[in-house]
Design a protein around this ligand. Structure first.
Ligand code: GDP
Length: 464
């Protein structure tokens, strides 16, 4: 085993690559920020939350990147926690479905399913969960907004009923939703964790462990009820089991309030303790690519014109095996042609900085990677082809054509760009020819994105 591959094995063991899946408004941005805050990737989470705060959050990260040297991309956030390197990939959670989300889930090893306590399982959560199951990704559940009146914790059986996934709570709330008094870590049931949130959630909440006696005296019936519920769970054998979790049969459940950073540290610990590190990946034609093989990576996202100041195309690659070294020449499996990364910087945050080396589980953004397509495999050494990205039956269709026939060349170019970015599936029939391709989208959002790009609808398109 070469020094490099030994390095890749050790580095892969330290990596946790995951995504947060949720219905819009469940608190994904807030939780992401809270996780980064706890991992000390940032010292101050943006105090402004909600839709208008998002850009601010992103810019805070970018600011922090400069100050602390953390790595932020539009596709992934990287931070360290307890000796591990966590890669949090952004799985876009639009009101509607888009293929981007599927693709991101093909690039992670674990998902955190975020549920709004008051709303329970929602449509988008269901769809995303289906994708996790399809991709064989284990799921950790975080029940958010427990500081707001909501459902009772025991309605967790909805997860069992709807997802055929047994919830195994690792933390349990003391106090009903809307009156959160603290949490019990089921591994240390003789104490209660009480939180004093920082104003505006700008810093970690102060966590204090108080004894069962004191909790019983101070919280009275609420403590007694939580203890009783925990006993029921224990009797039902609803306890975390690593093997069952990795096999997708159970989901460890955490409660909290991302906005005040309650329960977030325990979730972060769970990602380190329970989420799997990158392992061997299946290859087309059978067999697997072990993490200590030479470099191989999967293009899971291609984005054009990401920042107004950088008019170009970025391909995001998840490293699957070996070490990616900047400047190395790799092979593109789809064409069998070499691809030189020396002209392609890695992009982190607004500013391009270079990544010298990345290990399995990490995300590298290659700028000006015009040749690359979503689903491509890049490799060094022995050839590898990862299976194609899962694709899903489109539900929205439109026939496109140039508004001005004299601009048909530009039209074809922009259609090709949409295809390469994977914004939509471009279907060209022999009958209609290239001037009238059918654009097919999996979700309405995808169709809307397309519409915004100003393509004329053909009169016989069936949906807007
Ligand atoms: P996203 O659409 O899933 O990214 O959700 P956001 O993070 O933007 O949060 C949606 C709304 O829920 C915002 O107004 C947040 O302030 C709010 N929110 C997020 N987490 C919590 C929480 O733990 N408790 C409460 N009460 N509100 C929260």
């Amino acid at each position: 085993m070469s020094l490099d591959s030994r390095g890749a094995v050790a580095q892969a063991a330290r990596r946790r690559t995951f995504a947060v899946i949720s219905h819009p408004d469940a608190g994904k941005s807030t939780l992401t920020e809270a996780l980064a805050l706890h991992a000390h990737a940032i010292t101050r989470a943006g105090a402004v939350h909600g839709k208008t705060g998002r850009r601010r959050v992103a810019s805070d990260w970018m600011e922090m990147e400069k100050v602390r040297g953390i790595s932020v991309t539009a596709a992934a956030l990287q931070f360290a926690h307890r000796g591990c390197v966590l890669n949090l990939l952004d799985a876009p959670g639009h009101a509607d479905f888009s293929e981007d989300t599927y693709r991101v889930l093909a690039a992670v090893d674990c998902a955190v399913m975020l549920i709004d306590a008051a709303k329970g399982l929602e449509e988008q959560t269901r769809k995303l969960f289906d994708v996790c199951r399809h991709c064989g990704i284990p799921v950790i559940t975080f029940v958010n907004k427990w500081d707001r009146p909501g459902r009772e914790a025991l309605q967790l059986d909805a997860i069992e009923r709807e997802f055929r996934l047994s919830p195994t709570p690792v933390t349990w709330p003391v106090g009903d939703a809307g009156d959160l008094r603290g949490l019990i870590d089921v591994r240390t049931p003789e104490q209660m964790l009480r939180y004093t949130p920082a104003l505006g959630g700008a810093q970690e909440a102060v966590e204090e462990a108080i004894s069962a006696d004191r909790a019983a005296a101070e919280e009275g019936p609420m403590w007694d009820q939580a203890v009783e519920e925990l006993e029921l769970l224990r009797a039902a054998d609803a306890m975390h089991d690593q093997e069952a979790f990795l096999a997708g049969r159970t989901t460890p459940v955490f409660f909290g309030a991302a906005i005040s950073n309650i329960g977030v540290r325990l979730l972060l610990d769970a990602v380190v303790d329970h989420a799997p590190s990158p392992g061997p990946r299946e290859l087309v034609g059978g067999g697997t690519r072990p993490v200590d093989a030479p470099f191989a990576g999967l293009v899971f996202k291609v984005q054009a014109n990401m920042a107004p100041s950088h008019r170009d195309r970025i391909a995001f690659i998840r490293v699957c095996s070996g070490a990616f070294e900047r400047g190395m020449t790799v092979m593109r499996a789809a064409t069998g042609t070499p691809f030189a990364t020396k002209y392609a910087h890695s992009l982190f945050g607004q500013d391009r900085s270079t990544v010298d080396v990345a290990y399995p589980g990490d995300v590298v953004g290659l700028v000006n990677a015009h040749a690359l397509r979503v689903g491509d495999t890049l490799y060094a050494g022995q050839a590898a082809v990862f299976p194609p990205m899962p694709s899903f039956a489109p539900e929205h269709f439109a026939v496109a054509g140039p508004v001005d026939v004299s601009r048909s060349k530009q039209f074809r170019r922009s259609i090709a760009q949409l295809d390469e970015e994977g914004v939509v599936q471009v279907l060209v029939s022999e009958l209609r020819g290239e001037q009238a391709p059918v654009l097919a989208a999996v979700g309405r959002h995808q169709a809307d994105t397309l519409h915004k790009r100003n393509h004329r609808r053909h009169p016989d398109s069936d949906r807007p």
